[in-house]
Design a protein around this ligand. Structure first.
Ligand code: NAD
Length: 292
């Protein structure tokens, strides 16, 4: 069996499942999953992310709208936009691309989204439900990670999972998910103030790196035969590429490859899974599977 956990391949299976279920939903219930994107400002990386997500919606047969607003939009202008989508029956999911311009209170914006349309799973209601084990929207990146583990039949029960990073969008929700009875991991979350990080990570059967520092995890951080999930997306300078940069993960892939049991590449690992799970969440919202 290959050591590489191919997120591109797994995500393309999920996308085709979503596509067929969407066709059935349209035929049987006359419902088309609808997703609204809101993006404020000109950040090129954010624009590319939204464009790619929009393309994935088209391919899945979804209806999608993108509201690209100027970076100097007022907070109340943005709140009005959210309220409009909250009451739009064609829209089942609302995604506000983060980060928002500095003058806007991100928390206020996220809380304004109807939690029943919060397909990103960032609303406090969904975050709370996730942590108490209730049905809810699961944030797409953590959902993508656990779906990779599940679809690769990786044994999680009783395994020691160590997560580096405690963000609300990756570290904390993936910890909550792995604690659930369907995964039954023993979970440790590390962060920038964790002393002697290596001594913790080198005991991990499953190591999840969500730090945001290129090639941070080296072979002496990992346990022989462990499963390594690299969430990082870092731009590093590369004069040999046309763009002048390349994308690398938080794990030094080459250094860790021989020692680990399985590993996700960057690009082509967690990234494509995130988009696939966004489609899954939106489809489930349209079906009324998460909230009636
Ligand atoms: P964040 O910046 O919010 O948090 C980083 C975390 O890393 C913090 O909790 C911090 O305590 C920890 N950290 C920083 N330096 C550390 C150190 N020296 N030792 C131990 N811990 C340290 O990050 P985030 O939003 O969770 O994103 C993390 C990475 O994942 C970024 O590269 C981001 O681009 C990427 N990301 C990828 C996807 C995807 O779809 N693949 C989605 C979200 C985020």
């Amino acid at each position: 069996m290959s050591k590489i956990i191919d997120g591109k391949e797994i995500s393309s299976h999920i996308k085709s499942e979503v596509r067929s279920e969407t066709e059935i939903l349209k035929k049987e219930k006359n419902v088309t999953p609808g997703l609204a994107f809101i993006i404020a400002g000109e950040d090129p990386a954010s624009r590319v992310y939204v464009k790619n997500k929009g393309k994935a919606c088209d391919e899945a047969g979804f209806y999608s709208v993108t509201e690209a607003v100027p970076g100097d939009i007022t907070e109340s202008g943005l709140l009005d936009l959210i309220r409009r989508f909250n009451s739009d029956e064609k829209i089942h999911g609302i995604l506000v691309q983060l980060p928002l311009p500095a003058h806007i209170d991100q928390k206020k914006i996220i809380e304004a989204i109807d939690y029943k349309k919060d397909v990103d799973g960032f609303h406090p209601v969904n975050a709370g439900k996730l942590s108490i084990g209730d049905k809810c929207f699961i944030p797409c990146t953590p959902f993508g990670i656990t779906e990779m583990l599940r679809r690769k039949n990786i044994k999680t029960e009783g395994m020691r999972a160590v997560i580096i990073g405690r963000s609300n969008i990756v570290g904390k929700p993936v910890a909550s998910l792995l604690l659930r009875p369907e995964f039954n991991c023993t979970v440790t979350v590390c962060h920038s103030r964790t002393p002697d990080l290596k001594s913790v990570t080198s005991e991990a059967d499953i190591l999840i790196a969500a730090i945001g520092r290129a090639d941070f995890v080296k072979r002496d951080f990992i346990k022989e035969g462990s499963v390594i999930i690299d969430v990082g997306i870092n731009r590093t300078e590369d004069k040999e590429t046309k763009s002048g940069y390349k994308i690398t993960g938080d794990v030094d892939y080459k250094d860790c490859f021989d020692k680990c049991g399985m590993i996700t590449p960057v690009p082509g690992g967690v990234g494509p899974m995130t988009i696939a799970m966004l489609l899954r969440n939106t489809l489930d919202a349209a079906k009324g599977k998460i909230y009636d």
